[in-house]
Ligand binder design. Structure first.
Ligand SMILES: C[S@@+](CC[C@H](N)C(=O)[O-])C[C@H]1O[C@@H](n2cnc3c(N)ncnc32)[C@H](O)[C@@H]1O
Length: 340
């Protein structure tokens, strides 16, 4: 049986992907300090013990005791994200991952396989250099993949980096230390239309004020679209929290933009100019946020996925932090080729 440690476990993205491999496995422990994420993880995987302490306080002897075959992890992405300052290892949020790398070096029973997920940009960071050095010194062969759920049949773009490390032969590949865009043996699929992922269970319209303030900055898609943008943890809070909004149809978008700009230009120089106005032209598209269940569908989470007791805002945050299950599944299948 494959034994697993699930670091930065969130709502369990790695665990859902493992489940779909159809192999015998046991998650020995999950680690995450976010209590809401742990609540969702526990709802879905009640058998797993979750440690809510800071990962930075772990010790190599403790990790040795688990003697796990596989480590899965998505360390915090803020130190590497385009939306942040990109301070890499100087950002305190990188500390716990750097600690893990140090612990790994000192361990006697190193995991045979490790998978790490992060945002694009991670591969150019100083943290990645430390990962590379540690991996080589510990005897791991590693490969790095930039993958996107859009290539997996989903109308949803979530580009992410995956670093796969193996102590043993890795599909007869040598280390080539470059980023590849496709998992070997994987066949790209054209994205479906968004309508297949909609359930219309929770209709949260985009507020009029937000449309007046930021109507130009939302990414509008409709049920016939075959793409949408990555939902981030700030989704649902104005246009800044990334992720597309769903319009009834986007056919008249250009006309609406023109009308909007005309009005905005007329109001130039006035503070809070929208307060004097009625309906915003963008309202004609009836834009609304995707519901948490619809986002879960776009993330490849099955109908059985549960988030009971979590507010919509928190659900947006947890899902925005999570991962695309099919993409992770393809990485695990490739990484664990000699074990499954
Ligand atoms: C990018 S999210 C990972 C999400 C996860 N892969 C999922 O599928 O939901 C990072 C997670 O790491 C947790 N985290 C960040 N720093 C941590 C630390 N030092 N110790 C424990 N958990 C931490 C956060 O609470 C967050 O849930």
């Amino acid at each position: 049986m494959l034994t697993v440690l699930d670091f930065y476990s969130g709502i369990g993205g790695f665990h859902f992907a493992l489940q779909q491999l159809g192999i015998e496995y046991k998650v020995l422990q999950a680690f995450d300090m976010n209590l809401n994420a742990n609540h969702v993880y526990k709802l879905n995987f009640p058998q797993v013990h979750i440690n809510h302490l800071n990962i930075g306080f772990l010790k190599s002897a403790v990790l040795d005791d688990y003697n796990a075959d596989l480590w899965v992890m998505s360390p915090p992405c803020q130190p590497y994200s385009r939306k942040g300052l990109r301070n890499g290892s100087k950002d305190a949020r990188a500390d716990s991952f750097l600690t893990i790398l140090e612990l790994l070096s000192n361990m006697e029973k190193k995991p045979r396989k490790i998978i790490i997920e992060n945002v694009l940009g991670f591969e150019n960071s100083d943290t990645f250099e430390i990962l590379d050095k540690t991996a080589r010194e510990c005897g791991y062969i590693w490969q790095c993949y930039q993958l996107n759920s859009l290539d997996y049949g989903y109308p949803y773009s979530r580009p992410r980096m995956f670093v796969l490390l193996s102590l043993s032969n890795f599909n007869n590949c040598e280390n080539d230390y470059k980023v590849s865009l496709e998992i070997p043996g994987f066949t790209k699929r054209e994205p479906n239309r968004i309508e297949s992922y909609l359930v219309h269970d929770e209709i949260i319209p985009v507020a009029r004020e937000d449309l007046w303030k930021a109507g130009l900055y939302f990414d509008y898609v409709d049920s016939s679209s075959t793409r949408s943008c990555c939902f981030t943890k700030g989704y649902g809070q104005f246009a800044k929290g990334g992720g597309s909004v769903l319009a009834v149809n986007t056919n008249f978008y250009d006309q609406i933009v023109k009308e909007y700009k005309d009005i905005r230009d007329r109001m130039k120089g006035k503070e809070k100019w929208w307060e004097e106005l009625g309906e915003c032209p963008f309202e004609r598209m009836q834009p609304r946020y995707f519901s948490p269940r619809e986002i879960a569908n776009l993330h490849g989470l099955k109908n059985s996925f549960r988030m009971d007791g979590i507010t919509t805002k928190m659900a947006f945050k947890l899902l925005g932090n999570s991962m695309h299950i099919d993409v992770v599944h393809s990485c695990l299948r490739y990484l664990l080729h000699d074990l499954i």
